[in-house]
Design a protein around this ligand. Structure first.
Ligand code: PHE
Length: 338
């Protein structure tokens, strides 16, 4: 019978189809708009009216049969295609991963962070002042009037008669004391600028300023905190030593040395045989500075210190030239990975 032939033919075509696309094309040969079954339906017109219902029923049954047939093949082909796709995309989870290059913190950022950790642990609050500063905050309020010889100690980049690039983070002492009244413990990191350039001096470098004001603060408190700083920053056996010095904004003023961590204080080329290395300037805050900020110097006293962050990093990591910090040579920077 003709219908059986069509079913056989469709089965053969479906078996040949190895992809869902080929299967679809096979299906269209029978059930598509120009397919064989569709042609039969179109032929109904030419069939005598009384035979039409029976013919229509027959063709419909045939169509349903073929639809079921192709549906079952479709299921099989799709399942196979999915298996092949999964097999092709299988990943080997035991393969070594691709390493991504990891950066490192710049030594200045790193030392600055360590200093903040050390002093924050002692209750200091971080304050940042502006890099463009007025003559008043950088000098005058720090007991350094215009004709003061100490202005020659630092070669200043003036922007106008009134404004300059700050030469020291000490300017932050005044700004902070204008806002907060004692007791205060302030730590102020930042860039400073001086017309200076050699192996250990650069026209831009970083300082960390410290300021403590309260009733009854003495030089002993300064020494105690600096000892703690030296032990944490350099080595557990590091010690500090104070030498008399001069700054207009502190009285008395001191230069602070740390025992040489390279030789343990015995004397070596790094400390030039002395066993000590100068790391910062400090002193008891001058009464004039307190007065300039509206703080009663008969009731309150305090100390301040200022250290060069590059200098601390050079000592800690044995860096020979200050220019290394600004050259951005990745080989230098990569040495500071954890
Ligand atoms: N500002 C001083 C300098 O840059 C350092 C210093 C800070 C000294 C605070 C005493 C007190 O050299």
């Amino acid at each position: 019978m003709e219908d059986e032939n069509i079913v056989e033919e469709a089965t053969a075509e479906a078996e040949k189809a190895t992809s869902s696309r080929a299967l679809y094309e096979a299906k269209m040969k029978f059930l598509g708009r120009t397919g064989k079954v569709t042609a039969l339906l179109k032929g109904m017109r030419d069939i005598a009216a009384e035979r039409r219902p029976a013919f229509g029923k027959r063709v419909n049954e045939l169509r349903e049969k073929l639809e079921a047939l192709f549906a079952s093949f479709e299921e099989k082909v799709k399942a196979r295609e999915m298996r092949e796709k999964l097999a092709g995309e299988r990943i080997d989870v035991t393969m070594p991963g691709r390493r991504s290059a990891r950066g490192a913190l710049h030594p200045v950022t790193r030392v600055s962070g360590e200093l903040i950790d050390i002093f924050a642990g002692m209750g200091f609050e971080v304050f940042e002042g502006p890099e463009i500063e007025s003559d008043y905050y950088n000098f005058t309020a720090l007991n350094t009037p215009a004709d003061h010889p100490a202005r020659d100690m630092q070669d200043t980049f003036y922007l106008t008669d009134e404004f300059l690039l700050r030469t020291q983070t000490s300017a932050g002492q005044i700004r902070y004391l204008e806002k907060k009244k004692p007791p205060v413990k302030m730590l102020s990191p930042g860039r400073v600028f001086r017309s200076d350039d050699d192996a250990t001096h650069s026209p831009m470098f970083h300082q960390m300023e410290g300021l403590v004001i309260d009733e009854g603060i003495t030089l002993c408190d300064l020494k105690g905190m600096l000892d703690e700083f030296a032990r944490t920053m350099f080595s557990a056996t590091s010690k500090t030593r104070l030498r008399p010095s001069y700054f207009p904004f502190t009285e008395p003023s001191v230069e602070v040395d740390v025992s040489c961590a390279a030789c343990g204080g015995k004397g070596c080329p790094l400390c030039k045989g002395t066993g000590w290395i100068e790391v910062l300037g400090a002193g008891m805050v001058n009464r004039r500075v307190l007065e300039n900020c509206g703080v009663d110097p008969d009731r309150f006293s305090g100390f301040a210190f200022g250290m060069g962050i590059e200098r601390i990093a050079m000592l800690k990591y044995g860096i020979g030239h200050i220019r290394s910090f600004t050259e951005n040579d990745v080989r230098f920077l990569a040495e500071f990975k954890d």
